[in-house]
Design a protein around this ligand. Structure first.
Ligand SMILES: Cc1ncc(COP(=O)(O)O)c(C=O)c1O
Length: 385
């Protein structure tokens, strides 16, 4: 079983998190707790499956055999008791490709698309880059815990063509409850709003909470985006999927995916997905236990040593949403304290929307000793403010 305490040097592998530091932060020697991937080796089952595939020295065109969809069905059923045997699967290189395909195939220029801010920056960018209009339903921060502004949601849904849900939510760490999903789903149905549900973080939900797909509540009009990229650390293998029930919706999305040739599969991505979903459930369990301890260590450290920094309850994802507003620093000053004083690369909160001003996102999917080092650096830096 993977030892999550092991520090693996990723520098020089062309990974964004380490090798992109100079480009993004104009500094190379930073402790990087930004990009949402993990500093852990993938499961042994995935390593074995990839090594086996590598032994065959031809990497020509492939298609996805029935093992691929069977693995996805098995995962959804065994982890979430969601039976998708009657659903269609559309494969794309990434979930953001999937979102772009849905925006292009299901909406027209000028149409309004609803998102819940602060949220993952490409949600904003994809809508704007394709000349659609952004409608924002800002989540309400109640003492660090985020809630839906239902009145505003209903008002915006009445104007929207598509709602892009992020569940679990990046960056605020919220896991939407069945009751919340039900209510969102009812409002969307009443207003003929389609739903793209980004569930890329679904496998990282901490007990006692459980992940529920909005499509398991209302299957019609929903495109569910999932992938093993986050939970099994496979983002570089470019394999994401959309799960769709309605035939008409599937036809539209599939047609554009085919005409863009974004359906093409990656040999290693296919192999890794199958090994993740059929042989790596125990590894995921161990990972989640480790991440939960990191999360708790982080929350306890802040409460004790840095009580002016408030961490939102992280119900899912390995991303902590930290509120530094008590220090009354500008976003530039806060970034400078983290980068130049603490020597850390964190994500600036305002990149997730205006509501994120004064916040930072910290990725705690790293060996515990690295997290401890980072926390000591934050404490020392904040003492200079
Ligand atoms: C909510 C969310 N969706 C999608 C992605 C990216 O997925 P992909 O690389 O498959 O586009 C991320 C990565 O951080 C994410 O947090």
């Amino acid at each position: 079983m993977t030892n999550f305490d092991t520090i693996i040097n990723r520098k020089g592998t062309g990974c964004f998190k380490y090798d992109g530091l100079q480009m993004m932060y104009q500094k190379e020697e930073l402790l990087p707790l930004w990009v949402a991937d993990m500093d852990f080796a993938v499961s042994e089952a995935i390593q074995r499956a990839l090594a086996k595939r590598l032994q065959h020295p031809i990497f020509g065109y492939n298609f996805r055999t029935s093992d691929f969809s069977a693995a996805i069905e098995h995962w959804q059923k065994s982890q979430y008791d969601w039976d998708i045997s009657a659903y269609k699967i559309v494969t794309t290189p990434s979930l953001m490709t999937a979102l772009a395909i849905c925006v292009l195939s299901l909406t027209d220029q000028g149409d309004k698309i609803l998102i819940q801010t602060p949220v993952y920056p490409p949600f904003h960018a994809i809508v704007k880059e394709h000349s659609r209009q952004l409608l924002k339903n800002p989540l309400i921060n109640k003492d660090g815990k985020y809630e839906i502004d239902w009145e505003d949601f209903a008002e915006k849904a009445a104007q929207a063509k598509l709602f892009v849900l992020c569940n679990p939510h990046n960056p605020v760490g919220k896991v939407f409850s069945p009751a919340e999903l039900q209510r969102m789903s009812e409002i969307c149905t009443q207003n003929d709003v389609l739903i793209f549900s980004d569930e890329i973080h679904a496998d990282i939900v901490y007990p006692p909470l459980k992940h529920h797909s909005i499509a398991s509540i209302q299957s019609s009009g929903v495109i569910t985006g999932v992938s093993p990229a986050k939970s099994f650390n496979l983002a570089g293998l470019a394999t994401a999927i959309m799960i769709i029930k309605d035939e008409a919706l599937f036809q539209k999305v599939n047609e554009l995916n085919n005409s863009m040739h974004t359906f093409m599969g990656n040999t290693f991505g296919i192999t890794a997905l199958i090994a993740a979903y059929t042989e790596s459930a125990d590894w995921l369990k161990a990972l989640k236990a480790y991440l939960q301890e990191n999360r708790d260590l982080l929350a306890n450290y802040l409460a004790k040593e840095l009580p002016r920094v408030k961490m939102s309850p992280c119900e899912g994802t390995y991303l902590a949403w930290l509120d530094f507003r008590d220090y009354a620093l500008s976003d530039e000053e806060l970034m400078s304290v983290m980068r130049d004083q603490a020597g850390l690369a964190l994500n600036a909160g305002n990149t997730f929307g205006d509501e994120g001003s004064g916040f930072m996102r910290l990725n705690f999917a790293c060996p515990r000793s690295v997290l401890q080092k980072a926390l000591a650096k934050i404490k020392a830096a904040m003492e200079t403010v």
